[in-house]
Design a protein around this ligand. Sequence first.
Ligand SMILES: Cc1cc2nc3c(=O)[nH]c(=O)nc-3n(C[C@H](O)[C@H](O)[C@H](O)COP(=O)(O)OP(=O)(O)OC[C@H]3O[C@@H](n4cnc5c(N)ncnc54)[C@H](O)[C@@H]3O)c2cc1C
Length: 501
Amino acid sequence: MTVWVEMEYVLASVNPTFTGMHIQHNTLRRVNSLASLRAFGSPRNFSSSAPRSKPRLVILGSGWGGYEVLRGINKKRWNITVISPTNYFNFTPLLASCAVGTLEFRAAVEPVRRYTPEVTAYQAWCDSIDFKRKILKCMPATALPPLRRVPNASHSMTNGAIVSERETDSRTFNLHYDKLIIAVGAYSQTFNVPGVKENAYFLKDIRDARAIRTRVLECFEEANQPIITDDERRKLLHFCIVGGGPTGVEFAAELHDLLHTEIRRHYPGLARFARISLFDVAPTILGSFDSGLQQYASKKFTREGIRILTSHHVERVEAGKLFVKEEGEVPFGLLVWSTGLAPNPLIQSITDVEKHPKTESLITDDNLRVIMKDTGAPDPDVFAIGDAAMIRDVPLPATAQVAYQKAKYMTKKFNVLGKDKEHVTPFQFHNAGSLAYLGDWIAVYDRTKVESGPKTKEAGRLAWLLWRSAYFTRTISIRNKILVPMYWFINWIFGRDLSRF
Ligand SMILES: Cc1cc2nc3c(=O)[nH]c(=O)nc-3n(C[C@H](O)[C@H](O)[C@H](O)COP(=O)(O)OP(=O)(O)OC[C@H]3O[C@@H](n4cnc5c(N)ncnc54)[C@H](O)[C@@H]3O)c2cc1C
């Protein structure tokens, strides 16, 4: 949807600046567990005994914000630990393509482990932050057997940055930081509509894309059974999307492409039953775009047979049916829910930092330091970026473009800080415009709100070319720079793969 322009980032060579990394013995308060810890790692694994010459930086999250910091930061100067429940980065703009098989899943993720052992990474959740003592409470996000079945396990790879605490009655552990970057993003908003969490699919993560793709193909295989009636087929092959923002629109477009190519070819008797409906409470789709582009998108969708049901209110969801105020009961085979962002539970749990009253985003100053409630002053050691944060009085959209630029700013700051220098230049956002794919190799490109360069807008094939080249350019690894165009090409020549596994 959104395209980024600036590419450069600074990799400075820096000197260590932080000294006196005192040991926080309180994290070893469970001394009685030392015996079991000895079984797995020597005491050097604990920061209490590890020689450390570098300041400890902990990055929470491996999304657009966290991963970009990880990529750009000078790892020789910082003792870096990444905490994220996913051990990969999601290239979110390509998730809708992956959800219908235009791209394969691997092409839209990048591994965090690329950067180990230079950095330490734990696939874990951060559950709470003690800003005063500079301690993070974390919980493994791995599906290991319960602790009692692996009594000998311990956190043995701590690179000296971490003090680890293993509780016998839970799987939590503590980490200490000198500097902290909070980049945990946001969750999907449901507006507490009953039944959404249980019956709808979200599109935030590559696993969501995989689940959606499996479900779409399952609907067709089910509808293809000889025992199914036409009425049941119609219900199963009704694909509903709630949320007419860029994510909902792009998914509708990608799904439409699939239905009108491979599905039509390989399920010739079923294509006529398939329908897509796009619901939104707002009066238009693509509300953040220029009104001319909104109309263009609506007209295109209507022409293609995608039903646009704006000013519609979904009141409740049950298995296989929506209850819409204006329509009554609406059966579906797949429901994708994309109605914006809800606060991350970690951010909700934070009470010491100023937050936006409505979105609950952490408020930062223009150096991206969080503002502490008790003093009203920025915490010099804690930074927040991406969807979880906003600069005081500077509302910016919750986009990868903003998260990415803030991450770039952080790497500059930390690379300079690592040289024992001050970095006080405020963050400035450079809007590069917004893109949205509308299907059938057509897109819209909105530059009407950019501050510099021509304030133009574009709709059609040229915008689509820009859309593809923008995301190709943004793709991070060489591996994915090969995979992405390769899948685009292969699927164009041979069609998308309809295998369900
Ligand atoms: C389908 C889709 C398409 C999109 N397309 C575009 C686009 O084209 N252009 C654009 O500008 N924006 C786009 N966006 C929005 C963009 O992806 C987000 O704005 C961006 O991901 C925000 O970056 P972030 O780093 O704040 O959060 P995320 O990228 O969401 O990353 C958050 C990270 O934090 C981790 N995390 C969560 N909770 C915890 C915790 N308790 N402890 C530790 N780690 C935690 C997560 O696992 C994840 O790694 C899209 C979003 C979606 C869902």
